[in-house]
Design a protein around this ligand. Structure first.
Ligand code: PBG
Length: 326
């Protein structure tokens, strides 16, 4: 039972840093962090204008970056590919020698302990920029897309990926990917599904980074309406029933309520994606001297963990790990 003032004085436990540390409920560890990497077919490194500090990396540069992240104690990388050419069927997504497949092999050689996760989607590989195949009417065609996503996931596993993360938001794709992996000897490869993924304006800068902006329309016919939380829970349960091992909620800070409910309801491992727009807003305010970048960043990470996320996907992974290890 709660005791009131003056028997209970909450300030007693706030008086020194040692005391505060003893009763601290939440922490952020480098191992909880997942760093997204944009791997390009080109050689070298190319800064992403809308995301200060983020670069598109060649396969070689990505392997070097992965080794640096591993040495900082970061848990995992999440790979996105920027292919040389795109087509209507996104064939670069499931090519044996595709950009992500190459990157997985190179990273596995230089950073053995790091968990290598691949993003499974077609939008970086289709010339129209949508996350799946189009019908003649220009709608994203669910079931044939699911087949190609399964092929992509298998090709990532064959290249040596430790985990796959479908981000397309097609219905039934987790079951199809699980089946495809099981049928080809990859029953030990976990699926981290983008389960509650909202049609969010916060993805703006990512589309420059990954070169994946839709050429017409938007993604509202497959990503979720930001007004809905109950639906986010249904998506989470559906993906669990289809075989997902980790449930992702995206974006992070605008969805702290969803993170909290998914964690409480399902008890499954939850990952939250602190997305490009969240990252860029923080950077922009810090560049102007309006906020203290490190403190706001750590507080943000802590808030996402406190809401219930076990893992945080963040472009600030190296920076956070460096501060914590500091
Ligand atoms: C691909 C994908 C997107 C993001 C992750 N995977 C873009 C989108 O859905 O439009 C966004 C990540 C970010 O904004 O940092 N479907």
């Amino acid at each position: 039972m709660m005791t009131g003032f003056p028997a209970y004085r909450p300030r007693r436990l706030r008086r020194t840093e040692r005391l505060r540390a003893m009763v601290r409920e939440t922490s952020v560890e480098p191992g909880d962090l997942i760093a997204p990497l944009f791997v390009t077919y080109r050689t070298g490194r190319y800064p992403v204008e809308a995301m200060p500090g983020v670069e598109q990396l060649s396969v070689q540069a990505a392997a070097e970056e992965a080794a640096r992240l591993e040495s900082l104690g970061v848990g995992a990388v999440l790979l996105f590919g920027i292919p040389e050419s795109k087509d209507a069927r996104g064939s670069g997504a499931y090519a044996t020698d595709g950009i992500v497949q190459q990157a997985v092999r190179a990273i596995k050689e230089q950073a053995e302990q790091l968990v290598v996760i691949t993003d499974v989607c077609l939008c970086e590989y289709t010339d129209h920029g949508h996350c799946g195949l189009l019908t003649p009417e220009g709608e994203v065609d669910n079931d044939p897309t699911v087949e190609l996503l399964s092929r992509s996931a298998m090709s990532h596993a064959e290249a040596g990926a430790d985990m796959v993360a479908p981000s397309d938001m097609m219905d039934g794709r987790v079951a199809a990917i699980r089946q495809a992996l099981d049928d080809t000897g990859f029953s030990n490869i976990p699926i981290m599904s983008y389960a509650a993924k909202y049609a969010s304006a916060f993805y703006g800068p990512f589309r420059e980074a990954a070169g994946s902006a839709p050429q017409f329309g938007d993604r509202k016919a497959y990503q979720m309406d930001p007004a809905n939380a109950e639906e986010g829970l249904r998506e989470a349960w559906m993906d669990i029933e289809e075989g997902a091992d980790i449930i992702m909620v995206k974006p992070a800070v605008p969805c702290l309520d969803v993170i909290s409910r998914v964690k409480r309801d399902t008890g499954y491992p939850v990952a939250a994606y602190h997305v490009s727009g969240e990252y860029s807003m923080l950077k922009a305010a810090a560049e102007r001297g309006w906020i203290d970048e490190e403190r706001v960043l750590l507080e943000t990470m802590l808030a996402i963990r406190r809401a219930g996320a076990d893992l945080i996907i963040t472009y600030s992974a190296a920076q956070v790990a460096a501060i914590l290890g500091g």
